[in-house]
Design a protein around this ligand. Sequence first.
Ligand code: AVJ
Length: 324
Amino acid sequence: MAAQPRTALRHEPSADDDAFARDVIGGLTGRPKRLSPKYFYDESGARLFEQITALPEYYPTRCELSILCDNAAAIARFIPAGAALVEFGSGSSKKARCLLATAPKISAYVPVDISSEMLAREAQGLRRDYPQLPVLPVEADFTLPFRLPAMLAGAARAGFFPGSTIGNFEPHEGCAFLRHARAMLGSAATLIIGVDLVKDAAILNAAYDDAAGVTAKFNLNLLTRINRELGANFDLTTFSHEAFYNSERHRIEMHLASKKRQKVRVAGRVIDFRAGETIHTENSYKYTLESFGALARGAGWTPAAVWTDAKGYFSVQALVAQEE
Ligand code: AVJ
């Protein structure tokens, strides 16, 4: 592979803006009110998420990084020789660095993310640290179909989907995503995926409702973004952050609760809130090794190896594509 693009492949911005407006209006006029967690990550949201990953209560990032670094050689053995490593939702690329440092056989690194600022910054750092490695960023919403760089035609591909971002999907959507990833990566592919595990509710609740209030800021930032980008007039002091483990559905739920009855203007519409009514902003599903194994098998993948931290809080799993 020779020349590499210096800028990310861009989607039509106006189409993105329309999708955001449509999703927000649809979500706020529905019952119950909801917003997609993928919209958390504007520039300040991405920064707040980075702060979350350093919180004492937020164990997933630390657990996953230690699993990746402690087992990097064993994990790298699942990446086919000469494969391009495609990371879904690359964020700061910190986790990929663990694999890039130990997997000498990677032919290109393809970070896929919706935060263009973060992508550009990280690509620059990676090119500096790995001058031999083609870094081919793709600016895309990986929950929707997107195109891989043409340069990857013919190359083997390994997927990397850390962070337990799979937990943001409903299980049936997670299944659809895994199928789509298999189709995009090809029949010889491996997928290295981070999956957060079911555990004591107190630990989960603390991880999503931290004492310093960073997760609350992260959640409320969604309203700031809607105010700015869609000309809305949410008063942030009248909404509160709620996060709790729903043990029947094995998921953390995050909501923004209106402290009073009120009307809010959003993109030319008036949205009514009852006192205490919530906007459901995120689900973060937790799996057991069995329940995730079943999901993966149903989506065309065979679980081939699992690594966990000492406390069994988090897992990194290697999936290999099932035969056609
Ligand atoms: C990025 C989806 C994995 O669910 O733990 C962290 C997002 N939300 N704190 C998660 C998040 C609140 C995070 N994921």
